[in-house]
Design a protein around this ligand. Structure first.
Ligand code: DX5
Ligand code: ZN
Length: 236
């Protein structure tokens, strides 16, 4: 059975998964953010990952609503918003209005995850649920039919440029099995420490949506995206 993006993209004949890259602008050069987003698009990416940090749920503060609004005006990339903020339900409407296509909330940050997901659905945007590296995967069994995407952190959230946690591989396999058994079949996204060297293994373990910050924005952005796309497309 196909997931929602595969249905929308009209790939009815394809039996295998579609893999996508979601470059994280946390690692971009903000002096030339517009150019860097154009370079990502030129490389063939379809998603753009937007990391919001509040200095409370995670130690850092990144960027927020005005930056998202500004990007939305200039790009048709699918804006994949990762909210690393405490009680994100307070800001769901604001991020939807600012132009998010997908709103990902941390399971650990929500007092009432059902109400938070309902608030996202009410805006008409796609809903994602995210877990940190130490949160048991089994907790998601209850929510797999209610989300469009599951985002598995492969580093502790809060900073770009960290090293991929190897235990993620087993967790990915567990989630892939859970998703394959579901009727909804949400996308399975992985975030943190992904490089051209380990992305093949991450895909083999079951991911279909790959976040990469440093590995995309260090060096030639378009060339980096193309190199990722080549590996992603081989696995279609
Ligand atoms: C970490 C963020 C990631 C980060 C990934 O809290 O959620 O999206 O930008 O960066 P890299 O690919 O450099 O690990
Ligand atoms: Zn992220």
């Amino acid at each position: 059975m196909k997931n929602w993006l595969q249905k929308e993209s009209g790939n009815a004949m394809k039996k295998t998964r579609i893999n996508r890259l979601s470059p994280s602008i946390l690692a971009a050069d903000f002096n030339i953010l517009g150019e860097q987003i154009a370079a990502v698009k030129e490389g063939g990416a379809e998603f753009l990952h937007f990391d919001v940090m509040d200095g409370l749920f995670v130690p850092s503060i990144s960027f927020g609503i005005p930056v998202l609004e500004s990007i939305r005006k200039k790009t048709d990339l699918f804006l994949d918003v990762h909210l690393m903020i405490q009680e994100p339900v307070r800001y769901v409407q604001a991020f939807a209005d600012a132009g998010a296509d997908m709103i990902n909330v941390h399971y650990e940050a929500c007092e009432d995850i059902a109400a938070t997901l309902a608030a996202i659905r009410k805006t008409g945007k796609k809903a994602g649920i995210t877990i940190k590296p130490k949160t048991p995967v089994s907790l998601l069994a209850e929510w797999v039919e209610q989300v469009d995407l599951i985002l598995l952190m492969s580093v502790e959230p809060g900073f770009g440029g960290q090293k991929f946690i190897p235990e993620t591989m087993g967790r990915l396999k567990e989630l892939r099995a859970m998703i394959d058994k579901s009727a909804k079949k949400p996308l399975l996204e992985v975030d943190g420490g992904i490089t051209l060297q380990n992305v093949g293994d991450v895909l083999s373990a079951g991911a279909d949506t790959i976040v990469a910050g440093s590995a995309v924005f260090r060096g030639n952005v378009t060339a980096n995206v193309k190199a990722f796309q080549q590996i992603l497309n081989q696995r279609r």
